[in-house]
Design a protein around this ligand. Sequence first.
Ligand code: DSN
Length: 430
Amino acid sequence: MAQTVERIRDAVRRHSTRFEHAIPLIASENLLSPYAKELLVSDFHSRYAEGLPGERYYEGNEQVDEVETLCLDLAKRLFRCSFADVRPISGTVANLAVLKAMAEPGDLVGTCRLADGAHISSASFGAFGLRGVKPAYYAWDSERMTIDVARTKEILHEMRPKLCLFGLSLFLFPLPVRELSATLEEIGARGWYDGAHVLGLIAGGEFQDPLHEGCVVLSASTHKTLPGPQHGILLGNSEDPELTNRLASAAFPGVTSNHHLHSMAALAVSLAEHLAFGRGYARQVIANAKALGAALHERGFDVLGEKLGFTASHTLAVRVTREGGGEEVARRLAHAGIIANKNLLPGDTSPKRPGGIRLGTPEVTRLGMTEREMVRIAELMDDLLHRGKAPESVAADASAFKSGFTGLRYCFAAGEAAYRYYDLVGHPPP
Ligand code: DSN
């Protein structure tokens, strides 16, 4: 078995080396800061702390309480809200907690369709199905890549869902929460925002602020534009103590037992770092996405949202039917050292044949790239997908380009000291 262990370690090292040489463009991924990463292997990992700070079921939790209290305070400060719960262990688990607290089996819940960019939580085979709720689908404006307000008002009046989810995995532009909030009030529905993708942009003050636009709860994962650990969070601003009690008891014991204390501690660090650096980071993430969209468009790519500047977030959607379809293009890019994912786009008829790819700029921004580098990335994609350059050759170009970005930005201990962010296996941090 020792050999098997070595094989596992080796596979992780090979993975890290691969990413060290690649251009990472997955919109839902990011890099953890050195201080946050260090806590993932701390003794917090080995402990239990069910309940809330000061109300635990286990002994030995004093320092966990200290860190979790700080984490909750930081979250409330960062999102300018009165309620936070950092016990959901992922975004989907946070979504399940909301559904448990705010809907009953058989209820209708408003949401977008998967092909329009919704997360799988909204699917019958996802969290909606697990809770037994049914979707009431909003109308979609494919040109503006957001919810069609006028037609959705009619749908809401007709279907009268009791909970309305605003959130996407292909999140290009803000959603019309403010515009629909009067309709929600008229039909007695409450607004819920899944901000997993745009959490770091909301916190950085560069995207919409759903808790101040009409949503009573915000659920999210914490490792996408917010460069935290893989974890989940619930945030709220409701004056209604019954709702916050229901959310807290849905988080524990509803959908978690222990809440992965090492990851909670890493989240506390990430929230503190975002308070220090989040504004500049969020601005650059969006500027980079816009610049990449424009550079791809200039090179003949069909980037969605052209009339609106391609995006107002970290994400781009590119229809690649001409280049071979989402699946083939994502695979060819990966062979050439550019990591992205195939994605369903509005109008796609088969979930098995996505017509597009999704690109994101959080990780390259953390590496210190700016608008100039986005042009270079577009050139590499053009070389591969339009000019017939061999994948091995593009991969060599991508690796040479990437070798100029060995430090991490927007965190404490930034720069070259954070060099080993891809791989701590067998390499103690400097
Ligand atoms: N799978 C994530 C994404 O890539 O958007 C969401 O959970």
